[in-house]
Write a protein that binds this ligand. Sequence first.
Ligand code: CAA
Length: 381
Amino acid sequence: MNFEFTEDHLMIKESAMDFAQNEIAPSAVQRDKNAEFPYEIVKKMGELGFMGMMVSPEYGGAGLDTISYILAMIEFSKVDASVGVIMSVNNSLVCYGLEKYGSDFIKQNYLVPLAKGEKLGAFALSEPEAGSDATKQKTTADKDGDFYVLNGIKNWITNGTTADYTLVIASTDKEKAHKGISTFLVEKGTKGFGYGVKEDKLGIRSSDTCSLTFESCRVPAANMVWDEGRGFNFAMNTLNGGRIGIAAQAIGVAEASLDASIKYAKERKAFGQTISNFQAIQFKLSDMAVKVDAAKLLTFKAAALKDADKPYYKEAAMAKLYASKISVECALEAIQIHGGYGYVREYLVERYLRDSKITEIYEGTSEIQKMVIARALLDQK
Ligand code: CAA
């Protein structure tokens, strides 16, 4: 067992930290307030290799491991969790799945620009009546010659209107239930592909979330990812990696809550001394630090298993379950330490609470993670 990062890992962390501080942080408050998508930031992230971190250089990626990706995700999410989720979806849910399961045609035509950050991806699994119960896909894809015709609605799609390419999970054979589900890559602008209203969210406000509509939308059969009937396995397998990314996003927010609390505790005076002298505050800081470290250990363990090509779905669920829980807890404690100042927008900690909450919901709610863990423990998967 080795708890040391390599020189390369430390360099990635350093460069992500620099980018986060210099390029992402300065406009984060304004983007949260106005729900503005960070177009320029995402473009620069692509140029620096952060949008296809784990993709092989053969397909335009940076060829790095999951540990490097987690380190970068934490640094970016520390200053802006919205940037974290945009990056996470492109890396974990789109690029990873295309590299692992896509045909050569898909890799050359779609993965390369996605991994280079020239194009942005989205992942459309959820529906109005298929959230946690994801096998109940109502969106259909009917074969018609060299095309599939898509009809249906997708909900809560991150990068919804901004994505150039969207992976759409749809039923190709209702009779076969989840074994009759397939994945299609749909290009923006395809006739019959439309957008619902952009969601006005509690947190991660500068990320773009909306519903998607498909009305007789014709998609070339060559744009099917993996085989017909493997769409649900595709979604589950990519989500396992996605959950490690969301754990990292949650850790970034938790660490930001801890750092802000330490800084404030050293500055704020009450009863003639800084509040950092009070045991009530010290114990809160200690608890937060232990939680952040424990979440990191779980998340790096899941990432290391993935990098070693070993089973990691249970560990990914554990990492996401715990990291998202402590992210909300740390944000709440940060507000408590800041007192009234924590409750107003002038200080950043109220945003940390708003941004942390979603990590307990998307890419599988905490309840779903517990289900995945329990099934693994009981050997029911
Ligand atoms: N990894 C790999 N495969 C898995 C899996 C996992 N974690 N969980 C289930 N599967 C596989 C099973 O092995 C089975 O495959 P086979 O039929 O080939 O053997 C298949 O999936 C069906 O599994 P179950 O019979 O267990 O199905 P179920 O309906 O009882 O439970 C579920 C499935 C685990 C609840 C699943 O529906 C699930 O994970 N739901 C949550 C969905 C989710 O995470 N949504 C996130 C939306 S995307 C998003 O949020 C992105 C964003 O924009 C940020």
